[in-house]
Design a protein around this ligand. Structure first.
Ligand SMILES: NC(=O)c1ccc[n+]([C@@H]2O[C@H](COP(=O)([O-])OP(=O)(O)OC[C@H]3O[C@@H](n4cnc5c(N)ncnc54)[C@H](OP(=O)(O)O)[C@@H]3O)[C@@H](O)[C@H]2O)c1
Length: 336
């Protein structure tokens, strides 16, 4: 089969289109013919070697959506109550969450496949899975957003940021966002952001304190990392929660725990993977996510579709890291 893969870690040019064997479907796995893949920052972490890869060549991409073409065969699993709840069958449309999604076929442990409602297109499903599940788990488990909360979202116009914005509004919160350009600010407002601060022109700390009458925000979702971490402590209110979401500007450097004393701040650095670890968790959040999309509560904004070529995936990674994108980047892998 064709795959977009790397044979070694390095710069964008290590990304190549190559032929690798169709994976053998293990007894507890589903085999999926992939139609669309979603592009994420984590793809660049794998490509650069920041996150370890154990075997080369390795197909890139950590999420996608397509059609089930092979089912598990393990007899004990087939009788398992949790497994039966997914109602898997050949021809079913599913979204998948696993390294190696930029390939014509992927074999994954069954609990990493989420069945799609009829009305959610495969393209939307691929675009919404990782960022949608991240936003949903983080506003539930990292900081449980309540009606009346005021929340600061950095990277508010990005793929994750637009989803955080919609979900926080849905819960009854107020969203303050930061972004770099007026065009991005308009997109964030169109998705519900109440206040958008242009950090390139305005003093973010001063503006947040003005908006919150000097009190600061209940929680911060920070996908920028290194550049925004210090400022977060000036904008969080007493007993507030800072959620370090990612490293778009680089990883946060080490700091002393005594830093939390001044306002009794809670600080978390979670990953989606640890919130959807068990089959029950992945079913609960997967079905909730696609139900929110189905109801139109969560709109998935696709920035651009890239071709299933080495150049296409290289360009997608360059665009994402270059900070010029809004919403989600996807790769079209096959027609069906
Ligand atoms: N923890 C998890 O499980 C998890 C899951 C998914 C994503 N994430 C993280 O969430 C963050 C957002 O992901 P995303 O895919 O939605 O990306 P994105 O927000 O669409 O793109 C990144 C944005 O970060 C902003 N940015 C600020 N400083 C930057 C810099 N120095 N270099 C590049 N960009 C910079 C840019 O927006 P402005 O122009 O508006 O500043 C850029 O568009 C990433 O850090 C990602 O790793 C974490």
């Amino acid at each position: 089969m064709q795959a977009i893969a790397i044979s070694k870690t390095g710069d964008y040019d290590v990304i190549e289109k190559t032929e690798i064997p169709v994976p053998h479907n293990g007894p507890s796995n589903v085999l999926v013919k992939v139609q669309y893949g979603g592009v994420n920052f984590i793809d660049t972490y794998y490509r650069k070697g920041l996150y370890p890869i154990h075997h080369f060549p390795q197909a890139l991409g950590t999420e996608g959506a397509g059609t089930i073409v092979g089912l598990p065969t393990d007899e004990a699993l087939l009788q398992d109550g949790e497994y039966k709840k997914r109602n898997f069958h050949i021809g079913q449309k599913v979204a998948v969450y696993s390294l190696g999604a930029f390939a014509e076929y992927i074999s994954i442990p069954w609990s990493r496949a989420t069945p799609l409602p009829e009305s959610v297109p495969v393209r939307t499903a691929a675009a919404g899975l990782t960022q949608g599940a991240t936003a949903l788990t983080f506003i539930t488990e990292a900081y449980n957003v309540q009606k009346g909360d005021v929340i600061l979202v950095h990277t508010v116009a990005g793929g994750l940021g637009l989803l955080f914005t919609q979900l926080i509004k849905w819960r009854g919160g107020t969203v303050i966002g930061t972004t770099s350009t007026p065009e991005k600010a308009e997109i964030a407002k169109a998705h519900g952001a109440d206040h958008v601060i242009l950090y390139t022109k305005e003093d973010t700390v001063q503006r947040v304190l003005e908006i919150t009458n000097g009190e600061g925000v209940h929680a911060i979702f920070d996908g920028v990392g290194k550049d925004t971490f210090e400022g977060d402590f000036k904008m969080i209110r007493r007993k507030g929660t800072i959620v370090s979401v990612g490293n778009a500007s680089g990883a946060v450097p080490p700091f002393p725990p005594l830093k939390l004393v001044e306002k009794n701040v809670r600080l978390l650095r979670p990953t989606l993977a640890n919130y959807v670890y068990t089959p029950e968790e992945s079913r609960k959040y997967g079905s909730e996510l696609y139900s929110l999309i189905e109801q139109g509560i969560l709109r998935i904004n696709i920035f651009k579709e890239y071709p299933f070529t080495a150049e296409g995936v290289q360009q997608a990674q360059k665009d994402l890291v270059g900070g010029k994108t809004t919403g989600k980047l996807i790769v079209k892998i096959s027609d069906e």
